[in-house]
Design a binder for this molecule. Sequence first.
Ligand SMILES: Nc1ncnc2c1ncn2[C@@H]1O[C@H](COP(=O)(O)OP(=O)(O)OP(=O)(O)O)[C@@H](O)[C@H]1O
Ligand SMILES: [Mg+2]
Length: 369
Amino acid sequence: MNLDAMLRDKRVIVLCGAGGVGKTTTAAALGVAAARAGRHVLVLTIDPARRLAEAMGLKENGPEPTTVPPERLYADGPQGEGRLDVWMLEPRVIFERMVRKLSATESAARAILDHRLYRFLSELVAGVQEYAAAEALDSFLTDGHYDLILLDTPPSRHALDFLEAPGRLARFLDDRVISLFGPDSSRTGRLWQGAQALVGKVLDGVFGGGFAQEMRTFVGAFGGLFAGIRLHTERLRAQLASKDAAFLLVTSPEAAALREATFFKDTLLARGLPFAGYVLNRSWAREDGLAPAANLKPHALNAVDTDAVLALEHLAGVEDARATAHRSLLARLAEGLPLGAMAIAAPDAGADLEDFRGLVHLGEALTVA
Ligand SMILES: Nc1ncnc2c1ncn2[C@@H]1O[C@H](COP(=O)(O)OP(=O)(O)OP(=O)(O)O)[C@@H](O)[C@H]1O
Ligand SMILES: [Mg+2]
């Protein structure tokens, strides 16, 4: 399968990789390519570079996805059927959405959101960003509004923890908070009550009087959401393990990034998730755009300024050597891939990425590879 076919067939593509390798840019460029091929696409992005956000007309803290104006998407030709929405994953915005969705009434939602513990708790829980990503992805996959969702991930080895994060959140609240403060705690032994009283005293001491009681009311309200959270995790896991999903590993040609890519590949395979291949970003592995040293030879013979041409020739030789190294790297990445997975080189787009047109070009380069 090539990337073009993948953009046509899949419902969700997750991009993982080391910091700064181009996950966000690749997600955007693939989103542009898929939309221009006629699909209704959502790109869920994390922390995009400013010029990328500007190119896509992305708003910070937007409560809903933003649609890229069709005249921008199809600036170079007739408008097609495709559509491109982009949303920046902001944990706070997503949590609010989730609380609203899962609460029976607006006043029940407000009871949670207005609670001063809400912020405290949502910051306390490890992997909030991953959790937010999982929650957003699940919600968009379930409402079926989009043909394809591209999910950008944060630059960490824990990026895939978003699959576990909802479980972790629920477990955290279950084990540590609910059992201590939950209104229907079934533990009534004297020792237990003593422990509760002690924890309550400590919390009151640290956070001010009444904190423990406040926590109890809050957890009572929040606890009602757990069934929903569990359901979402299970549903999302099933979706991401299915043939509708694909995980692409983005890497640069540098050793550290490649090591991370190998780590992610092993993690995906161990978790039974559909590893779809590598994007070797900003590489010189492609034939296009390179000036092989040999092409300069005839000029060197007739040139007036031989020194300058010799210097150029030298540079071209360096480029050639780099391109050869990147090509063999790409070939090595392609070795031993699971059936149907691919290794694709993306060129260095340089200053071309300044505007939307640059994304269109990068998307085209990726899909014709
Ligand atoms: N193919 C490319 N050609 C030229 N520049 C690129 C390319 N891909 C990415 N970049 C540039 O590299 C920088 C990092 O890219 P990007 O933000 O997409 O990486 P990332 O993997 O999402 O980073 P982070 O891990 O910080 O989220 C950006 O300035 C981007 O414009
Ligand atoms: Mg990024």
